[in-house]
Design a protein around this ligand. Structure first.
Ligand SMILES: [Zn+2]
Length: 303
């Protein structure tokens, strides 16, 4: 039995058909962890879909309404870069419920793990870059509302800049946004995070890990009540939408650094998967599974 729960729902699949975003990866990660015996059925918990009330703490009612009623404009669908379907909308509501559940689980277990989410390109009034609803922002607002957390630190290690996160929390002193990304990549416009680490093309393990350690040191002086970790698999050297050169081993070390920082300082960590577009989807699945393994190692070492 794992020392933390894996939050997962079969409805996470965004129903995209043939698309660069392998939306079936959620199920593949779930199945892989079961098949190799790393996790058992008892390790998984299923979230409910997030309530509209929770979503509306971050998103504009018009955007929510148009998503739910299938009345997005063609421009809005283009910007989202994924085909519209009812199943897609339901998947975002489920994944967001999953990130809230993972954050609540993290309070007791020190780590809570959503095998989904990390939709950091969603803005209050529009979606883009495969992201319709900002699950992490909704979860932060929900836990603040419940007075379970005060200050949140977002550690965004997806290869793309967390533009939605930066825009949503701009000027909010209760949330420290840290984005570590390839500078020369989507999104072209990058509203400033509190800490932005703009990486050159082709940066590899050593420089990446050094800069992550240094940034976390600064960020932890903020004394967050919880870390929201976006463990994107797309800094990987074989990623189709990324231009960094991390190895699978380097990515696991990245995860270890984040988990050891949180666990070592007694700050719970809520994890979401975010992006991952490796030429071979099996690689993306392995990278995400390694994040689950790094989480377990961090807790077992502490015992
Ligand atoms: Zn990404």
């Amino acid at each position: 039995m794992l020392p933390f729960k894996l939050v997962y729902h079969p409805g996470y699949d965004l129903n995209l058909g043939e698309h660069v975003f392998p939306a079936r990866k959620y199920r593949l990660v779930h199945d892989h962890l079961l098949d190799e015996g790393f996790a058992g059925p008892m390790d998984f918990v299923q979230p409910d879909a997030v309530s509209d009330e929770d979503v509306l703490r971050v998103h504009e009612s018009g955007w929510v309404q148009r998503l739910k009623t299938g009345t997005l404009t063609p421009q809005e669908i283009l910007r989202l870069e994924i085909p519209y379907s009812k199943q897609m909308v339901e998947a975002f509501w489920l994944a967001t419920g999953g990130t809230i559940l993972a954050a609540r689980q993290a309070l007791g277990d020190r780590i809570g793990f959503n095998l989904g989410g990390g939709f950091h390109h969603a803005f209050p009034g529009h979606g883009e870059g495969f992201c319709a609803i900002h699950d992490v922002a909704v979860a932060i607002r929900a836990l603040q509302q419940e007075r379970k957390i005060e200050r949140a630190l977002v550690v965004d290690c997806d290869v793309h800049h967390g533009n939605g996160t930066a825009a949503i929390f701009a000027g909010d002193r209760s949330v420290l946004t840290l984005s570590m990304h390839q500078f020369n990549n989507y999104p072209s416009e990058k509203p400033p995070s509190v800490i932005d680490i703009h990486l050159r093309d082709g940066v590899g393990d050593e420089e990446y890990l050094d800069r992550l350690r240094a940034a976390l040191k600064v960020a932890m002086s903020f004394a967050p009540s919880m870390i929201f970790y976006l463990a994107g698999a797309d800094p990987y050297q074989e990623d189709q939408l990324g231009g960094l050169s991390l190895t699978m081993r380097g990515l696991k070390q990245r995860d270890q650094i984040v988990f050891e920082t949180g666990v070592g300082l007694g700050v719970p960590v809520a994890v979401t998967l975010a992006g991952g577009y490796a030429r071979n989807t099996e690689d993306t699945v392995s990278i995400h599974c390694n994040t689950v393994k790094a989480a377990r190692e961090a807790l077992v070492q502490e015992l």
